[in-house]
Design a protein around this ligand. Sequence first.
Ligand code: SF4
Length: 351
Amino acid sequence: MSEKGAARAGALLSVRELSVRFRMRGGREIAAVTDASFDLAPGECLALVGESGCGKSVLASALLGLLPGNARTSGSALLHGTGLDLLAADEATLARTVRGRRIGLVPQSPAGHLTAVRTVRSQLAETVRELTGLRGQELAAATRQAAERAAFPADHLDRYPHQLSGGLAQRAATALALVGDAPLLLADEPTTGLDRDLVDRTVDELRGHTRDGRGLLIITHDLRAAERVADRVAVMYAGRIVELSAAAPFFGEPGPRHPYARGLLEALPERAFTPVPGMPPELGDLPEGCAFAPRCVRASEECATVPALTGGLACHHPVPAQDVAADSERDRHRDLDRHREQDRHHEGSRA
Ligand code: SF4
């Protein structure tokens, strides 16, 4: 079935043909997101990946009703269990029933998200009071429990945000996101600025919260983080989802089929370490047809029309699965040759 079809049975969230346009001065229009369609199931982690500026954070803001006034949205984003279309809901409904209660947001910059002049305890208590109505001793106990759920240490609760390490600020922000027991967690670049160990720990902790049936939509440019935790991957390029795949075949065999998704993965240091040539287009000045065409070695005349996302791929000439496997084999041999060369070099220097 096309990704634009009916919502997947049992999904927490069904997004269909979500588009976002920004009206700029002089009548210019920015096509930040175009026709994005996907589902998220309970207990599932979907990673939305792509380079900076591809539209993934705008998509997240659209789901939470946090776009600026010059944005226009179309399509739908059904939050099951509420009967709500997030794109059609008014601000009062989103603030009262969605943000914090049905969708917990783990922000991009936790330190910036926390109020600098208040302790973590005070900020957590305010959120717990707001979402549960508890007071007094019960509120104090629930605040400690909220910290515990995100593994935030109780003896740091009276610290201010600037007294926290990056990892603890992240846990404080996660604790705030979990207070309302929201069935859906939306993590927007939650590992920005963290070192690799902390990235791994942070995404593992976020993934842990799906064990009780929460859905996790993680928005990241970090493919290694996505590989670590995602069940499915959606790759965005120039505002469109160009490949939507189960994570295992995407990161393993046969690998990505869309030329851009494949290039993105091959750019990783532990893979071919070869960047995708060229630069992404400006979202306010997209080329006609497939936006990846100027950078794509597989482009043909057919690519002058935009390919629809069908069967998880938006490409007129996807990389055939057997070619992907052959390329992987070539890469493995090249790695082996490189390791042998390094070994010879080390032995030579020891002699
Ligand atoms: S549609 Fe054409 S230009 Fe675009 S990625 Fe596929 S082959 Fe390349």
